[in-house]
Design a protein around this ligand. Structure first.
Ligand code: CO8
Length: 256
C-alpha cells in the first residue's frame, strides 16, 4: 500500500504515502489513488475530502520518473489504460481540498490544481518541471494552470520549469491560504468540516456548474446553471435550510 485512505466522519482523508520517493506516483500508487477517489465519489456518507502527502518534504513530486514515465511512453496512444482520477477521466463533483505539505511538482502540481481549494504549508513549493525532461505537463497543467492564474505566469512556470514558493503561489492566486506547517492539517480539517456543514447537493451543483461552465459560452453556462438550480431547489435539504433560516436554528442536512 502506498496510499492511506481514512474516513473521519463525513471527511475522506487521502494521503499519498511514498515519502522516500517524495510521494511521486508509480503505477500502484496511481491505481490506489483512483480507487480511493472512486470510493469517495460513491460513498453517500462522505461529503468532503482532503488530499495530502506523507511527511513534510513533499505533497507529490509528480510521476515516478523511474517507474511511471516509461509506462506512460508505452501507452501513449491509449490514455484510457490509466485508471481514472481527478487529473483526467473521473467526474467528481464533491469538494476536494489539497493540503500541500511540501513540494507540489509536475503531476503533484497537477493534482493540487485538480482540487478545488489549496492550502499550503509555508515551506511548500510549486512547479511544472516537465519541460526539463523533454515532455510537457500531461496531467492537466497546460489547461488548468492558465485557468487558475494569469496566462503569463502559467507560461513562465511551464516554459522555465522553475519552482515558486508558497507566498508567491498565494500572491498569484494559485493557493487559497498559506499556514505554518503545524497548522496545515488542522486548517484543512477545519475547512473540510465547514464544507460538511453546508448542504452537500448545493456544493456539488455549484462545483459542477463552475467546472463544466468553463467549457461553455455564457449562454450555455447559464442554461447549465438553471438546470442545476432546478435540481437543488427541489431538494429536501433546500426546504430544511430555508425553514432553519426562518426558525433561526441549524439545519439538519441529509444530502437529499
Ligand atoms: N520520481 C521518482 N523518484 C523521485 C522523484 C520522481 N519524480 N523525485 C524525487 N525522487 C526521489 C529521488 O530519486 C530520491 O530518491 P533516492 O534517495 O533513492 O535517490 C528521493 O526522491 C529524494 O529526492 P532528492 O534526493 O532529489 O531530494 P532533493 O531534496 O535534493 O530534491 C526535488 C527534491 C527538487 C523534488 C527533486 O527530487 C526533483 O527535482 N525531483 C523531480 C521532480 C520532477 O521532475 N517531477 C516531474 C515528474 S514528470 C511528471 O510529473 C509528469 C506528469 C504528467 C505525466 C502525463 C502522462 C499523460
Amino acid at each position: 500500500m502506498a496510499l492511506l485512505y481514512e474516513k473521519r466522519g463525513k471527511i475522506a482523508c487521502i494521503t499519498i504515502d511514498r515519502p522516500r520517493a517524495l510521494n511521486s506516483l508509480d503505477p500502484q500508487t496511481f491505481k490506489e489513488l483512483s480507487d480511493a477517489l472512486i470510493n469517495y465519489r460513491d460513498d453517500n456518507d462522505l461529503w468532503a475530502a482532503i488530499l495530502t502527502g506523507s511527511g513534510n518534504r513533499a505533497f507529490c513530486v509528480g510521476a515516478d520518473i523511474k517507474d511511471m514515465l516509461p509506462m506512460l511512453s508505452d501507452i501513449r496512444n491509449e490514455w484510457w489504460r490509466l485508471p481514472p482520477t481527478i487529473l483526467r477521466g473521473l467526474e467528481l463533483w464533491k469538494p476536494v481540498i489539497a493540503a500541500v505539505n511540501g513540494h507540489a511538482l509536475g503531476g503533484g502540481l497537477e493534482l493540487a490544481l485538480a482540487c478545488d481549494l489549496r492550502i499550503a504549508a509555508e515551506h511548500a513549493t510549486f512547479g511544472a518541471p516537465e519541460v526539463n525532461l523533454g515532455i510537457i505537463p500531461g496531467w492537466g497543467a497546460t489547461q488548468r494552470l492558465p485557468r487558475a492564474i494569469p496566462y503569463a505566469k502559467a507560461a513562465e512556470m511551464i516554459f522555465f520549469g522553475q519552482r515558486i514558493e508558497a507566498q508567491e503561489a498565494y500572491r498569484i492566486g494559485l493557493v487559497n491560504k498559506v499556514v505554518p506547517q503545524e497548522q496545515l492539517m488542522p486548517t484543512a480539517e477545519e475547512w473540510a468540516q465547514k464544507l460538511c456543514e453546508m448542504p452537500p447537493l448545493a456544493i456539488r451543483a455549484a462545483k459542477e456548474a463552475m467546472i463544466r461552465g468553463t467549457e461553455m459560452n455564457l449562454e450555455e453556462g447559464l442554461m447549465l446553471e438553471s438546470r442545476l438550480m432546478d435540481v437543488v431547489v427541489a431538494s429536501e435539504d433546500h426546504r430544511e435550510a430555508r425553514d432553519a433560516w426562518l426558525e433561526k436554528r441549524k439545519p439538519l442536512l441529509k444530502g437529499k
